[in-house]
Design a protein around this ligand. Structure first.
Ligand code: COA
Length: 376
């Protein structure tokens, strides 16, 4: 067989049909169920977006209130999960804590193996509500601080910041996280969502798919990029333009990736990055920081050197730094948002299922003579 048939990394392969998300990579357009991301970022809240993804329509005011209340009522963790988090070593990466706790949550669900649509909706709501609590609990435990119980009077974004820090966030902090969660909620067949759909395609349960997706998200070419971006921002903070130019050039010459740049689908600017830059600038102004300015300097140099654009993970790092989220928790925030998209995709997969099972072109030797062990 010839190599021409292999699409390395499944690049440009259309694997399935979906009604959830449209990306026009040439024109930099992103829509969730037909609604443009810029409109959603400007006008909606995260719970509204989660509803849109799960129920396939925008909620009216009454539906949104009911859904938000329902999620708020599910935020508390079973004691066993809190004990599990306390028992894991404190050097454990927050994403490892998260995938372990999600798996344990599954074992506590008496409908674990029921993959009916209504049962899956219940699981999706449970995961949406509880994942932020898992993340915040681990943060507090690791810091040696008392756990902050969820506050049902707060929306998801405000409550998460409250549980992380133990004090109510400001309006600008809440709005920044809310918008960030909206921008991260869904992105078609990215690697983690694909892994969740593969799990659904085998008729495995929703927790199995979400554990798989959290594992995949953690990689530095996917959601893990934001943590790496922060490492670079800290290294370049306070350095001259000349220094930054040299730093980028050297990396490119060595064929190293600049984290937070480039995208498999977007050939032009990532529309989410544009919104995140606005948020980072607003937060910088409110907090007296200059993370967005450093980011913009880097982005200009990278574009001039390599004509590639920042992706969602680049300015997200500047937003999280302003929100004083520890660097290794950045990916968890991505997961708090993307759970909406992951579960919507798994439900879509169950509804019109076909086992996902591509081929590999064999490139090893064939027809070899078997040598008995005593002769090797
Ligand atoms: N830094 C430097 N060069 C990059 C780059 C980056 N971040 N992203 C892409 N490129 C270059 C590649 O080196 C390659 O250049 P070449 O043709 O001169 O060899 C070209 O752009 C194509 O890149 P490739 O890695 O083949 O594209 P891909 O579609 O497989 O990769 C990513 C997409 C996201 C994996 C890639 O852009 C990347 O590694 N980015 C950094 C990690 C990141 O930010 N991930 C989050 C994505 S939302």
């Amino acid at each position: 067989m010839s190599n021409e048939k292999v699409n390395s990394g499944l690049k440009d392969i259309v694997a399935l049909r979906s009604n959830i998300c449209r990306i026009d990579g040439q024109n930099g357009i992103l829509e969730y169920r037909g609604y443009n991301i810029h409109d959603l970022a400007l006008h909606s809240g995260f719970e509204e977006i989660a509803f849109l993804l799960l129920y396939e329509k925008l909620p009216n005011a009454e539906e949104l209130e009911k859904f938000s209340q329902e999620l708020a009522g599910r935020r508390e963790l079973p004691n066993k999960i809190a004990e599990l988090i306390k028992g894991l070593p404190e050097y454990t990466h927050p994403m490892v804590i998260l995938r372990t706790a999600i798996s344990y949550l599954g074992s506590l669900d008496d409908k674990l193996h029921d993959i009916g649509h209504n049962e899956n909706l219940e699981k999706a709501k449970n995961l949406l509500a509880k994942i932020p609590t898992i993340v915040a609990y681990y943060h507090r435990i690791r810091e040696g601080k008392a756990i902050v119980k969820p506050d049902a009077s707060l929306g998801m974004a405000a409550n998460f910041l409250y549980m992380m820090k133990g004090e109510k966030p400001s309006e600008i902090e809440t709005r920044a996280l809310e918008t960030d969660l909206i921008l991260h909620a869904e992105h078609s067949l990215n690697a983690s969502t694909f892994s969740a759909r593969i799990a659904a395609s085998t008729l495995s349960d929703m927790y199995a798919g979400i554990v798989s997706a959290t594992g995949v998200l953690m990689g530095s070419l996917h959601g893990g990029a934001s943590q790496e971006v922060m490492k670079m921002l800290r290294e370049l903070k306070g350095k001259s333009v000349g220094y930054i130019k040299e730093y980028i050039k050297t990396k490119l010459e060595k064929k190293e990736k600049i984290m937070g740049f480039g995208h498999r689908v977007y050939e032009t600017a990532d529309p989410r990055a544009e919104e995140l830059l606005k948020l980072a600038n607003e937060l910088d102004r409110a907090k007296g920081n200059n993370w967005a300015a450093i980011c913009q300097e880097i982005a200009e140099i990278v574009y001039n050197e390599k004509q590639i654009y920042p992706n969602v993970d680049f300015y997200a790092a500047a937003v999280y730094a302003n929100l004083e989220i520890p660097d290794d928790f950045f990916i968890s925030i991505f997961a708090i948002a993307r759970i909406a998209g992951w579960t919507a995709h798994m439900m879509e997969q169950y509804q019109e299922n076909k086992l996902i099972r591509p081929l590999a072109e064999y490139s090893g030797e064939t027809n070899k003579r078997y040598i008995p062990i005593e002769e090797r």
